[in-house]
Ligand binder design. Structure first.
Ligand SMILES: Nc1ncnc2c1ncn2[C@@H]1O[C@H](COP(=O)(O)OP(=O)(O)OP(=O)(O)O)[C@@H](O)[C@H]1O
Ligand SMILES: [Mg+2]
Length: 243
């Protein structure tokens, strides 16, 4: 028993698979017909890898991230996330996996207007019961992340009092607060200037290095995409590696 557990540990530190897409297809109904957005996409990503997906507007980048994060289900094919087949999970189990493992940075951030910046950042930590000690640790992490994106002085402001780029940074660190195993970032630097965009890229990459977070970024920003270890282009329903 001890021997096999030990071997499992070794396997997990070398080539630990985080995500496996097998023959994924997805379309949306348009009147009577279904229009394909993704067709027969297969992909394997190991833990702690960084990945970018670029492609024209409407090519299906957000659709792909939504499938990976279990927000939507494919029409065909299977998705395995951290060893779990998402198709085998009921909706509530899927939501639980998402809360526990996935940090989602949405293309349009959804901050709660009546909550302060700090409260918005801590929101995902309210999903389950936590000890006083864990709460303190989340609060410390929130302060650390706020500092990294230079928003410490805005911690008690409300979203309506922030610029678009500042809101986007709050949404980003909210996705990171629970130390997700995988971060899915949909256009995380979309409304940021060059300096703020670079800070966000640096933050994502430093968390990848220190916390071994797997990172998948969908973006139009070629400089952000270029910082990822594996780069793909999504076009004509297919995902192609870029050299
Ligand atoms: N819920 C939906 N219902 C119907 N069609 C949809 C839906 N979501 C997306 N689509 C369509 O699927 C295609 C892909 O959309 P998606 O949002 O994935 O593209 P994207 O690559 O993220 O684009 P962008 O770069 O503009 O964010 C588009 O043609 C879009 O109109
Ligand atoms: Mg999109």
């Amino acid at each position: 028993m001890v021997g096999s557990a030990h071997r499992t540990t070794i396997q997990r530190t070398h080539g630990d698979e985080m995500l496996e897409l097998t023959h994924i297809s997805k379309g949306y109904a348009n009147g009577d017909e279904v229009v394909d957005v993704l067709r027969d996409i297969s992909l394997r990503i190991e833990a702690a890898q960084t990945v970018s997906v670029v492609g024209p507007s409407g090519s299906g980048k957000s659709t792909l991230l939504n499938l990976i994060g279990g927000l939507d289900r494919p029409d065909a094919g299977t998705i395995k996330l951290d060893g779990q087949n998402l198709a085998a999970l009921a909706d509530d189990e899927l939501a639980a996996v998402r809360n526990r493992k996935v940090g989602f940075v949405f293309q349009l951030h959804h901050l709660l207007p009546q909550c302060t910046v700090l409260e918005n950042v801590l929101l995902p930590t309210l999903a389950g019961p936590v000890s006083k000690q864990q709460r303190q640790s989340f609060e410390q992490r929130a302060e650390m992340l706020l500092e990294k994106v230079r928003l410490t002085d805005k911690r008690d402001s409300f979203p309506g009092q922030l610029s678009g780029g500042q809101r986007q940074r709050v949404a980003l660190i909210r996705a990171l607060i629970c130390r997700p195993r995988i971060v899915l970032a949909d256009e995380p630097t979309g409304s940021l200037d060059a300096e703020a965009a670079e800070q966000i890229a640096d933050l994502l990459i430093s968390l990848n290095q220190t916390e071994k977070t797997t990172l998948i970024v969908a973006t139009h920003a070629t400089d952000l995409a270029a910082k990822m270890q594996r780069r793909f282009r999504l076009d004509h329903k297919k995902l192609t590696p870029m050299s």
